[in-house]
Design a protein around this ligand. Structure first.
Ligand code: ARG
Length: 588
């Protein structure tokens, strides 16, 4: 469906042209004075300047032209030259009827669907997910879902950190503890065991122990570096061990991401890109892009218009070792070769922005991607505690994501158990849904690039701009609809009628904005725009609810129209939270 604002603008353009004016002046916007009007056009003022006439005269002339259109219930020219508009109630309800009849609620898919890869998550193998990984997962998942909703092919890749020194550290520590394992016997010829020689709990203890040791003990660190080198250069036993580490770790990561309702199409990692490096480096050298500087192989990426210095992109260190850079560039080669995407989006901590500027420029300059391929960096800010410093446990350690979710779920469970008689199973399931909404909405409602304060008290509140408040609104609607259908009524064939009150019209106008919302939020890769829309919509809905008798309305026609309006509101809200990445329970 065309957007309401487009339809109004078209009529306004016609009116301008009919009066002999240029239609470029006919821009209509949602009013910033909702007490006076719903939409406004300020074109008469700009036009007056050009035409050397009084703006109010022009505004009146246009108002006259718009008189009698079924689109508006009120058109007024106001000094110095504004056109204030109110939409006709009939026109609005007909528009909503169109939304009701469309399974996409009037939001059209993109005309040119694209293949878009999205690199998010970015966890490191053998380390538990902690709160620092939350934002990438939550924002990335939402952007992916918006993209799918708009009709694109979205390919999410978790891009595991599975190839660096941390692997050598784990191998070294295991070797110290269990030197008799066949993985450490160079003469071993048989098949390595199928079972990993550790559990995830052990793995998560081994890594920090090894990491601490390497900081204190230079020799230990050298061993770890040597083990890393051997792993990367084909040591059979280490490779088998590495496979175990990956499998155990990935199983655990999958379980954690599942709980967040986050999923990836691809479970590729840094290791998968390694085989693309030699050929990529050779081409960069042959084509004259890469040169040796102070022993290292680099590509210049600075541009004339830079206002700050952008250092060269380092491809290989002086000892020939590859870097984080090299892997990301080779991953681009791999992605282009496998999927030829129109765009690759990276959802990563904004502190890596300069790094990605270098990588993107290098990829473009060395022609790893075509000119048409978009490379987009969505940098997110830090999740802080109430003290304004990065979020920590009470003891000051890094908070595991799992611990955080457990804490919030318990809190939600206590809230539900307090005032309800819900069966325990359902209460737990409901608590999990509300907790997820609290965490995700708390994160997504902030512009991604900004730091934000993770305030559990605030995020879990049922009031205010929170996930639980949005769910509460949906649940309230569901409860009304259930009562309605329980009395042997059907929701089929009910349509929204012309608004009767200000609160009803305000809700209808809010609903009519829907089809621009996800489209625009996806264009700008800005899930917070969907959040702020559903917050406004929920407020409008609750305001309408408080002002209106619904189930007790005696006029059957009116009652049906109210029910249709609530049902449409529910559909819009549920579609929006689905793209944000959470869902609503039936009651709470
Ligand atoms: N594993 C990295 C880290 O912990 C994040 C990966 C981000 N994605 C990428 N393609 N570099 O910092």
């Amino acid at each position: 469906m065309k957007k309401l604002l487009e339809l109004i603008t078209e009529k306004m353009e016609e009116a301008f042209e009919n009066q002999g004016f240029d239609k470029s002046y006919a821009r209509v916007t949602v009013s910033n004075r909702p007490d006076l009007c719903e939409f406004q056009c300020n074109g008469a003022m700009a036009l007056a300047k050009a035409a050397g006439r009084a703006p109010i005269e022009i505004a009146e002339q246009i108002a006259g032209e718009l008189e009698g259109l079924d689109l508006f219930s009120e058109v007024s020219a106001v000094k110095p030259g504004f056109l204030n508009l109110k939409l006709s109630e009939n026109y609005l309800s007909a528009y909503l009827k169109g939304m009701q009849q469309d399974e996409r609620l009037g939001c059209e898919k993109t005309e040119k669907p694209e293949t878009i890869m999205i690199d998010y998550g970015g966890p490191n193998v053998a380390k538990p997910l902690h709160v620092g990984h939350l934002r990438s997962a939550v924002i990335g998942e939402s952007i992916k879902r918006m993209g799918i909703f708009m009709g694109n092919t979205m390919i999410g890749d978790v891009h595991l950190g599975d190839w660096g020194l941390q692997m050598g550290l784990i191998i070294t520590e295991l070797k110290e503890r269990k030197p008799d394992l066949p993985y450490f016997d160079p003469a071993f010829e048989g098949n390595y065991p199928k079972e990993a020689p550790f559990t995830i709990a052990e793995l998560e203890e081994i890594y920090p122990t090894a990491s601490a040791k390497s900081k204190e003990d230079e020799r230990y660190k050298e061993k770890a570096m040597q083990a890393t080198y051997e792993l990367q250069h084909g040591n059979k036993g280490y490779r088998a061990l590495w496979n175990h580490i990956i499998r155990v770790s990935v199983d655990d990561l999958k379980r954690n991401y599942k709980r967040l309702d986050v999923s990836f199409e691809l479970w590729k990692g840094e290791s998968d890109a390694q085989s693309y490096i030699p050929e990529m480096v050779r081409r960069m050298k042959d084509d004259g892009y890469a040169y040796i500087s102070e022993g290292a192989l680099v590509v210049d990426v600075k541009e004339e218009t830079d206002t700050k210095e952008i250092p060269p992109c380092m491809i290989l260190k002086s000892d020939g070792a590859s870097l984080y850079n090299t892997t990301d560039l080779a991953t681009i080669v791999q992605r282009m070769g496998t999927f030829d995407p129109n765009e690759i989006i990276y959802v990563v901590d904004k502190r890596q922005e300069l790094y990605f500027t270098q990588v993107f420029r290098c990829a473009r300059k060395t022609k790893l991607v075509s000119d048409a391929t978009k490379l987009e960096f969505v940098g997110f800010g830090t999740m802080n505690g109430k003290d304004g410093k990065p979020f920590k446990t009470r003891e000051g350690g890094v908070m595991r994501l799992e611990t955080l979710l457990n804490e919030i779920e318990e809190k939600m469970y206590a809230k539900i158990a307090e005032n309800d008689t819900m069966p325990e199973d359902e209460a737990h399931e409901t608590a999990a849904k509300i907790a997820l909404a609290a965490v995700k909405y708390g994160d997504l409602s902030n512009q991604a690039s900004k730091d934000y304060i993770f305030d559990i008290e605030r995020f879990t509140s049922f009031e205010g701009n929170t996930g639980p408040y949005i769910l509460y609104t949906i649940v309230r609607i569901k409860s009304i609809l259930n009562k309605y259908t329980a009395a042997d009524n059907s929701l089929e064939g009910l349509y929204v009628g012309a608004a009767n009150s200000e609160s009803e019209k305000a809700l209808q106008l809010e609903l009519a904005k829907y089809n621009g919302v996800i489209e625009n939020a996806f264009q700008e890769l800005a899930p917070h725009k969907v959040c702020s829309y559903i917050y406004d919509l929920s407020n409008a809905c609750n305001h309408f609810y408080h002002e209106t008798k619904i189930l007790s309305e005696e006029n059957e026609g009116l009652k049906r129209s109210y029910i249709a309006l609530l049902d449409l509101t529910r559909r819009v809200l549920e579609t929006c939270i689905r793209v944000l990445g959470f869902s609503a329970p039936d009651r709470m």
